[in-house]
Design a protein around this ligand. Structure first.
Ligand code: FAD
Ligand code: MLT
Ligand code: ZN
Length: 470
């Protein structure tokens, strides 16, 4: 192995091959559930270096775990415990290669942090709409690797819909330059879409050409208390009819998720948390003006109040207040992490089935494990809930997970199958759900996935044991 390490040092430079010291930022996942051990953390500075690193690892039979900001939620971006895997960190590759204003595209390297791209796009007068609470540290490569969703999918789609072209280093160390800015290109199989969402198991994404959008003239948020999940779903329909494409966000939060956030972040000033079972956050992006956005929102809220869909509501008075309302929503995962380990479910269900799913599954879980605390929140507009189960008060999170995770997962996953849902909406499979997938995905689809893996990574060196069982 020392030969491989010196070879890697000769490719990327000795300071960029880390083998000792505190490597926990690379070896431990964001939720601190997995503590792996890397043979080395390698930080290439160019696509050519990535290609050489992959070739060197392939020749030595050493597997590679691509990594961006390491904010992934499914234990897919850290090495296993063997001490035999190379973590390939893309964070040094953070150049913006080109903005094409007329084509409404930007080409960036994989290590660009999402928030930097949002800022760069805004400075050029455009919007890059992907937005999620980890945007200060997650990278474009990680967003593409997981096909990240976030809070603007309702209007702009998942990362897949935002990507026009990719540059990839294959598992054999070849460079595929597919950095097309074309919106139409029907020249055969869509390789781009194979790599997006493949979680580092097929190759390394080194750069991407992404869509830009015109900035809306104004963005306004409203925060509303609703009497039930049924009302939240009806409100979504009403807002979609009234605001059409102006509705760019629709998030839901249950009472306990907001109480937990209030407890851990008391400065957030959360409106009316105490008395209502659910709250929703709506975002209206308007192409005319803030006044027009407010007028439209007032109209929606008046109708909703009349129909009993909303019990109380605030419409942000300023950009700062809008940001604060978003900040409340985005602080929920952080509050939950502070509260201790929980059983996480990132699930999707047709919106029409969500009220029944939640009512039935809440009851089944409460009967199976009395005292658990449900932290339910998420992207209701996309049919995506973070349906999380926190240990009963006073129970140790780790012990609770050991005891109950399998049983609760089975309840939730069976319910998802009954209601036409998916066990992973936006976070991916990683190693967290790799053993559940065969039970809940079509055998034909799984067989096709295995054949794709075999064709693109015959040596099995790309993030083995993630997405598909090794
Ligand atoms: P990493 O965690 O480093 O990697 C994630 C996966 O992608 C791994 O399998 C890795 O091997 C692979 N990968 C990374 N870089 C590359 C590359 N260059 N080429 C090929 N494969 C690669 N996700 C959502 O979808 N929506 C949300 O709303 C959301 N909110 C979040 C909020 C918080 C507070 C946190 C901590 C996470 C959240 N996530 C969310 C999950 C996570 O942030 C996203 O999945 C993000 O896109 C991961 O980016 P990353 O750079 O951190 O990737
Ligand atoms: C979110 O929507 O905040 C995330 O996907 C993070 C989470 O599920 O905790
Ligand atoms: Zn989410």
């Amino acid at each position: 192995m020392s030969t491989l390490i010196s070879h890697l040092q000769s490719i990327v430079g000795t300071p960029h091959v880390l083998t000792e010291g505190d490597l926990s930022a690379y070896e431990q996942d964001w939720r601190r559930r997995i503590h792996g051990k890397a043979l080395a953390v390698v930080r290439p500075g160019s696509t050519e270096e990535v290609a050489q690193v992959v070739k060197a690892c392939a020749a030595a039979g050493v597997s590679i775990v691509p990594q961006g900001g390491n904010t992934g939620m499914v234990e897919g971006s850290v090495p296993d415990e063997s001490g035999q895997q190379v973590v390939l960190s893309l964070t040094r590759m953070n150049a913006v290669r080109k903005i094409d204003a007329a084509n409404l595209t930007v080409t960036v390297e994989a290590g660009v942090v999402l928030q930097s791209l949002q800022q760069i796009a805004a400075e050029a007068g455009f919007l890059y709409p992907l937005s999620l609470a980890a945007e200060g540290s997650c990278t474009i490569g990680g967003n593409l690797g997981t096909n990240a969703g976030g809070t603007a999918v309702l209007r702009y789609g998942n990362t897949r819909e935002l990507c026009l072209g990719l540059e990839v280093v294959t598992a054999q160390g070849e460079i595929w330059n597919g950095l097309s800015g074309l919106r139409k290109d029907n020249t055969g199989y869509d390789l781009r879409d194979l790599y997006i969402g493949s979680e580092g198991t097929l190759g390394v994404i080194t750069a991407a050409t992404l869509k830009l959008f015109p900035q809306p003239a104004a963005k306004l948020t409203a925060f509303a208390a609703v009497p039930s999940m049924e009302a939240a779903v009806e409100l979504l329909g009403l807002a979609q009819r009234e605001l059409s494409a102006g509705l760019t966000g629709f998030e839901v939060m249950n009472q306990f998720s907001l109480q937990l956030t209030d407890q851990h972040f008391p400065n957030l000033r959360i409106p009316f948390t105490a008395d209502h079972p659910w709250c929703v956050l709506l975002e209206n992006s308007d192409n005319e003006s803030e006044a027009h956005a407010r007028e439209r929102f007032d109209h929606v809220m008046e109708l909703a109040l009349e129909q009993g869909l909303v019990l109380d509501a605030v419409i942000a008075e300023s950009v700062a207040q809008s940001k604060n309302l978003w900040h409340i929503r985005e602080s929920i995962p952080l509050a939950q992490a502070q509260e201790g380990l929980n059983i996480k479910h990132d699930i999707s269900i047709p919106v029409s089935n969500i009220p029944r799913f939640v009512a039935e599954t809440d009851a089944l879980i409460a009967a199976a494990t009395p005292g658990v605390r449900m932290v339910d929140f998420g992207h209701l507009g996309d049919g995506n809930l973070h349906y999380n189960v926190q240990a009963p008060l006073g129970d140790d999170g780790e012990a609770f997970l050991k005891r109950e995770e399998k049983r609760i997962n089975t309840i939730v996953y069976e319910q998802l199958m009954k209601h036409g849902g998916s066990i992973s909406a936006e976070h991916g499979v990683g190693s967290l759900k790799v053993h559940s997938l065969p039970k809940y995905k079509s055998p034909v689809a799984l067989q096709l996935m295995r054949q794709i893996k075999q064709a693109l990574d015959p040596q099995g060196i790309m993030n083995p044991g993630r997405v598909l069982e090794a």
